[in-house]
Structure formats: structure tokens, C-alpha cells
Design a protein around this ligand. Structure first.
Ligand code: UZR
Ligand code: MG
Length: 210
């Protein structure tokens, strides 16, 4: 296998990172097969909190870099780069902790990794060959977040509002927005920006053809 290229996709919560990454991944897998591309989520590296009670877990600031085990993610990216598989943890947003079962991620020529704080961490940044920032308007993100968290993450409107004001919005201005300067490419309008999807797909095809 040739040199590994790691592509990071960062941006605000509910800015369309997961959709962008999974669209690029799925469309390329349909075209080229799945052996040469893998995807990881920063969310999977939220710290294990199984030693805490559910009430204690609800007090964690999940938008702060300390909530993530970035060292483990960094280690996994290095292992993938050196051609080894890794056990990516699985995280439950309902339980606010790691599940027992992990997912095996195989080394691949191109690794996509998506998450809110990827570009705010210097040691992670050093590992990225290409960095993308999803620059979706915050009001669009908030509306998407309300719908998603009520539908998929089992939240009430009151809890979403409280989290948003106390954690999500401050973290955007403290950590996420300042990290935009580190991106190679800034994507407007979210995960359905087809031109941006095509540009990243073309870059990946070019890398795979080398
Ligand atoms: P994305 N998050 C939770 O709400 N609960 C958890 O147990 C872990 C994470 C939220 C987190 C962050 N914040 O904004 C979001 N809060 O997941 C990141 N509050 O996920 O990038 O998919 O939006
Ligand atoms: Mg996501």
C-alpha cells in the first residue's frame, strides 16, 4: 500500500460534517470499492464515562476538548498510517458513555475523519494532510441540531436549549471558529454542497491513481 492520506472534516455541531464525510465515502466506495478508503468519527473518541453515574455524565461539557480522548485518536491515526487496523470505540449519546463493542477500522490509502474539534488540537492537526472546514451558518446548524437531537439522540427541546446556550455556542466561538484558519478548504452551505463533494472526490481519485 502506498502513502496514507488523512483528510479531516471539522466545523460546528450539526454543520453537516458527518453527512459530507459519509457522502464522499459512500459515493467513492460505490465507484471504486471499499478497500482503499476508511472513515473515523471524532465523536467515537468521547471519553469512556462508565465509572460515573448517569447524573454525573450529564454534567460533562461535551463541547470542550477535555471531553475527548484525542491522544487515542492520534495514536489510532498513526497506527492506520503504519498499515495496522484499529479498534475504534463506539459511543452512546443516550447513555453518554462508550459502548462495550468497538468497530474495527482497516488501514486504507485514504482516511476520512470528521468532528467538531479536530482542527483545534495541534497534535491532531499535524497528522492531517488535507483539512476541510464546514462553514455552515450557525442558525442553520441550530435548527438541524434541534431536529437531530430530538429525533436521534433522545433529547427534549428544553435540554437542547440549555446545552446550546451553556456549552455549544460558547465552544463554537472559543474553539471551533478559531480553528477555521487551519483549514485548506472552507465549505459553505453544509453537507449537501455538491461542488465541494465533487472536489474532494476528485482529489481522492487522484490520490488513489498515484
Ligand atoms: P456533532 N454530545 C451530547 O450531546 N452528548 C454526549 O454524550 C456527547 C456529545 C454532543 C456535544 C456536541 N454536545 O455538541 C455534539 N453537547 O454532540 C457533537 N452539548 O456531535 O458534531 O455530530 O454535532
Ligand atoms: Mg456528526
Amino acid at each position: 500500500m502506498g502513502k496514507t492520506t488523512i483528510i479531516a472534516i471539522a466545523g460546528a455541531s450539526a454543520s453537516g460534517k458527518s453527512l459530507f464525510a459519509s457522502t464522499v465515502y459512500q459515493e467513492l466506495v460505490a465507484e471504486l470499492g471499499g478497500e482503499r478508503i476508511s472513515v473515523l468519527q471524532e465523536d467515537a473518541y468521547y471519553r469512556d464515562q462508565s465509572h460515573l453515574s448517569f447524573e454525573q455524565r450529564q454534567l460533562t461539557n461535551y463541547d470542550h476538548p477535555a471531553a475527548f480522548e484525542h491522544g487515542l485518536l492520534s495514536e489510532h491515526l498513526q497506527l492506520l498510517r503504519s498499515g495496522q487496523s484499529v479498534e475504534m470505540p463506539q459511543y452512546s449519546y443516550q447513555e453518554h458513555t462508550r459502548l462495550e463493542k468497538s468497530i474495527t477500522v482497516s488501514p486504507a490509502r485514504v482516511i476520512l475523519v470528521e468532528g467538531i474539534l479536530l482542527l483545534s488540537d495541534e497534535s491532531l492537526r499535524e497528522q492531517f494532510d488535507i483539512s476541510v472546514f464546514m462553514d455552515t451558518p450557525l442558525d442553520t446548524c441550530l435548527l438541524r441540531r434541534i431536529n437531530r437531537d430530538m429525533e436521534l439522540r433522545g433529547r427534549s427541546l428544553a435540554s437542547i436549549t440549555e446545552q446550546y446556550e451553556n456549552y455549544v455556542r460558547p465552544a463554537f466561538f472559543d474553539f471551533i471558529f478559531p480553528s477555521k484558519q487551519h483549514a485548506d478548504l472552507v465549505v459553505t452551505r453544509g453537507g449537501q454542497n455538491e461542488i465541494a463533494i465533487d472536489i474532494i472526490k476528485a482529489k481522492i481519485r487522484q490520490l488513489l491513481a498515484e
